[in-house]
Design a protein around this ligand. Sequence first.
Ligand SMILES: N[C@@H](CCC(=O)N[C@@H](CS)C(=O)NCC(=O)O)C(=O)O
Length: 220
Amino acid sequence: MKLQLVIGNKNYSSWSMRPWVLLRQAQIPFEEVQLKFDEATRVVGIEKYSAAGKVPVLRIDGEPVWDTLAICETAAELHPKKHLWPEDEQARRVARSICAEMHSGFQAMRAAMPMNIRSRHPGKGMTPESRKDIERIVALWTDCRERFGGAGNFLFGRFSIPDAFYAPVVMRFQTYDVKLPPVAQAYCEAVRELAAVREWVEAARRETEFVAADEPYAKG
Ligand SMILES: N[C@@H](CCC(=O)N[C@@H](CS)C(=O)NCC(=O)O)C(=O)O
């Protein structure tokens, strides 16, 4: 079975980062196809891979699976022994809920603090609405770490799908220098130390494309 993951710019594409980090960290082999955003963040050439017009797309022997949640569910189904979701039933229910919450929520933070791995804009994007989103994220991370995190450094102990889902949030907290309580700060450090996250970040830093729509705080 041949897996191809179609992604966007590593510096900017938060949705692409999630399944890429998941597959890489879980050592599931895939071929990477990278497309680039135009200045309005449309993905140039995506029509060849998916009619949905967005990245990421996972192609399985040429057949597209699109949308991050569907891709991660499919990866878990293809590789049951990798336990990409937490094994404990109760933990798994919470894990699914927090991934769904990330997928459909936190619009204020996402809009005010676009992912931009190579840049630093301390203090930017902190509006009352984005602060509320951040407080909710810190609360759910703290709850997961306290209730399910015992066996490791991640939300459910060992690395699992929710950590891939929140990895772009960890990137944002660094770019915008969001001050965090110790449990959340330690979690961010654990995510940044993941081999797959380091690899993605290094590649993002090497990118030179400037996408104006994702750069509300760039000078000039
Ligand atoms: N719900 C989708 C969102 C994907 C998405 O919005 N991707 C952005 C890049 S991070 C994109 O492809 N934008 C291009 C466009 O909207 O034309 C998912 O979870 O995969």
